[in-house]
Design a protein around this ligand. Structure first.
Ligand SMILES: [Zn+2]
Ligand SMILES: [Zn+2]
Length: 654
């Protein structure tokens, strides 16, 4: 009997094998088959596949004794492959563990994830209870509901309660979180509620735990998994609900390797499984907001902060009137405000989303900027290591350079502040205070992020200088003052989501303050006090912002009203990639209402020694144009050394 077998590899179709075993094979069964010179794991695919090529058909070696892949997972893989224009075999690979299934038994290991029942020390308040009832009323079939609530309003408790009720019927739940939000703080809250530490699936999970979780889910022995985007591909046997927490977080989008949006794919998986999915957020993404407005998604809102804590006040410090001294970045007015907070024993955060000491360095004689030799970006000076560093490729160099003007050494000027520079400035102002930097560089010196977080929680640090990293999901009870060092929203003009990202970022950031207080303030130092984005942030009316943003996107024919597919061509010769892009554009089908924009150089036109150019396919959202374009894209011969990156619903335009 001839059987189609899908292999976890770059191929977009199954291969035909002969089954000479007496055992009948069904779609979804895992098997071992010879492939090339190796033996690999594959899955019996749908039988409708026609065999056209006459090739020597090899025999299936054996059936692997694990629960078969269910038909819904197969449907999900197929749809994922079509939508994201990714070969079927590559999607299959994402559902396995290093191209393999887990056939070992872990029966004795599952108990540690057993949910302990009757853990009932939590009581929902009235608002939370109303939200829970709203979600329950939507039923247990496919529906998308948004649970919106200001930071600290207790959204987690609502969906924990929802999950608890559902899994009591011997079914499974998936809770998705962005990587950074998956902290020990979250695990502790989970343990408080469910009585055990959660089964966590992310990049840090050990191989052994991954095997236990994979196996436990395939047998319905593990009920809840908390995971980052890759958890979406786990082999749940009886998945009955998906929660996507922080649904607005851009890290749900993977844009390296296989590009996909895990939030959107989670909605697809829920729809195929015919189960409810809840999107949880403090401000919905513009995409989600659009679906709320169109009544495609339900919405329930929590308006009150826990223990009646209020949101922080906003205060703009106009740097035109309070300009810091030359070479300094913190205004005297800001220093006065911070001193008042310190008197009250408040913790302070200075926020600046720039690692290192100075974001760029120029020579006073030849006026040349120090740029990365591999990328078209400026090198960042890091004082701690006394090196110039490229944040894209990791290239490092010293400050020494022969000057183009006089062949002597360049005379260096450090431009602008990074967190290290602010840290040093603060050290001089607040000499008796404990000050530390919270950035990916400084965290490397700690054993874990958790150590550092603990120090902040216990208030062993008075003043934190932090990058974006600190805005996500942590709770710091004494943090009542945030200073945004440089509230300048003019950059990133090429990113269509920059306004949205800024509103999200500063909203998240302000959510860190005043968790246990009624008197917290966020200060914005700015030279542009009338900037629309800044006003949006301080107005604290996210729905008004979303409404305006949606209108703007409609006018400009941008997502979510229109859809985009990005085609990025990269290689080490600029002319060749441009020519290939133009050839490809010529071959792409011409369809009414579908625009093919470009090719143009990407804003960072050189990255890791490769030149890059991009085309954008723009199309009305009701059109599934992948089916017209994927054939051309798959059959286009790309010369050796050139790469074509396909990104459906792109968010990264750098
Ligand atoms: Zn570089
Ligand atoms: Zn010079």
């Amino acid at each position: 009997m001839k059987v189609p077998i899908l292999i976890p590899s770059i191929f977009d179709h199954p291969f035909t094998y002969e089954n000479s075993n007496r055992k009948l094979l069904k779609a979804g069964d895992f098997v071992k088959v010879p492939f090339g010179t190796k033996e690999v794991t594959g899955v019996v695919w749908n039988f409708e596949q026609k065999i056209t090529k006459k090739i020597k058909i090899k025999k299936i070696s054996k059936k692997i004794e694990v629960p078969k892949m269910n038909s819904k997972m197969m449907e999900f893989i197929t749809w994922f492959s079509k939508y994201n224009i990714v070969p079927l075999g590559m999607v299959l690979k994402m559902t396995l563990l290093g191209k393999d299934v887990v056939d070992k038994s872990y029966e004795k290991e599952f108990f540690k994830f057993n949910i302990i029942k009757n853990q009932n020390k939590f009581k929902l308040n009235k608002e939370q209870d109303t939200s829970l009832k709203f979600l329950e009323k939507k039923g247990n079939q496919f529906n998308v509901s948004v649970l919106e609530g200001v930071t600290g309003s207790g959204k987690t408790l609502v969906y924990f309660e929802r999950v608890k009720k559902i899994i009591s019927k011997n079914v499974q739940a998936l809770i998705m979180l962005p990587e950074i939000a998956l902290s020990n703080q979250f695990s502790s809250r989970f343990k408080d509620f469910f009585g055990v530490y959660p089964a966590i699936w992310n990049s840090k999970t050990s191989i052994k735990n991954k095997k236990i979780i994979w196996k436990g889910l395939s047998q319905n022995k593990i009920k809840i998994v908390i995971g980052t985007r890759s958890a979406l591909f786990l082999p749940f046997k009886k998945l009955q609900i998906i929660i996507v927490d922080e649904e607005h977080d851009v890290s749900y989008k993977q844009d390296e390797g296989v590009s996909y949006n895990a939030r959107d794919m989670a909605i697809t998986r829920a729809s195929i499984e015919n189960i409810p999915i809840h999107l949880v957020t403090s401000i919905p993404s513009v995409e989600t907001y659009n679906n709320i407005v169109n009544k495609k998604y339900g919405l329930t809102t929590l308006k009150k902060r826990y223990r009646e804590a209020t949101l922080p006040n906003f205060e703009i410090i106009n740097l035109n009137k309070n300009e810091p001294e030359k070479g300094k970045w913190i205004a005297n007015k800001t220093i006065e405000k911070v001193k008042e907070h310190l008197k009250k024993n408040d913790q302070i955060l200075f926020f600046l989303n720039r690692r290192g000491y100075a974001p760029f360095v120029v020579c006073k004689k030849c006026n040349d900027k120090f740029q990365c030799p591999n990328c078209s970006v400026n090198l960042i000076f890091h004082k701690k290591t006394h090196r110039l560093l490229c944040h894209y490729c990791g290239h490092q160099s010293s400050l020494k350079r022969k000057c183009k003007k006089d062949n002597l050494e360049c005379n260096i000027l450090m431009c602008g502040p990074g967190v290290e520079r602010i840290y040093l400035e603060l050290k001089k102002i607040f000499t008796d205070k404990k000050i530390e930097i919270f950035s990916s560089d400084s965290l490397r010196e700690y054993d874990s992020v958790e150590d550092f977080i603990n120090k902040i929680e216990k208030k062993k640090i008075d003043i934190i200088v932090g990058t974006q990293l600190i805005s996500k999901g942590f709770h710091f009870p004494k943090l009542n003052c945030i200073v945004v060092v440089d509230a300048d929203f003019s950059s990133h003009g090429y990113d269509l989501r920059s306004a949205e990202k800024n509103v999200q970022l500063y909203h998240q950031l302000s959510g860190r303050a005043g968790r246990a207080s009624n008197n917290s303030t966020i200060y914005f130092q700015t030279f542009t006090p009338n900037d629309e984005i800044l006003l949006n942030v301080s107005r604290n009316n996210p729905h008004l912002f979303l409404k305006n943003e949606l209108n703007l996107r409609r006018e400009k024919k941008l997502p979510p009203l229109y859809k985009l597919i990005s085609l990025t061509i990269s290689g080490n010769n600029k002319n060749i990639i441009n020519q290939i892009a133009l050839d490809l554009k010529f071959k792409l089908p011409k369809i009414n209402d579908v625009d093919i924009l470009g090719p143009v150089d990407t804003p960072i036109y050189k990255l890791k020694k490769r030149y890059r150019c991009r085309m954008l396919i723009r199309y009305p959202k009701n059109l599934f144009i992948q089916k017209y374009f994927s054939t051309v894209l798959k059959n286009t011969k790309i010369p050796y050394g050139i790469k074509l990156g396909v990104d459906v619903d792109p968010t990264n335009f750098s």
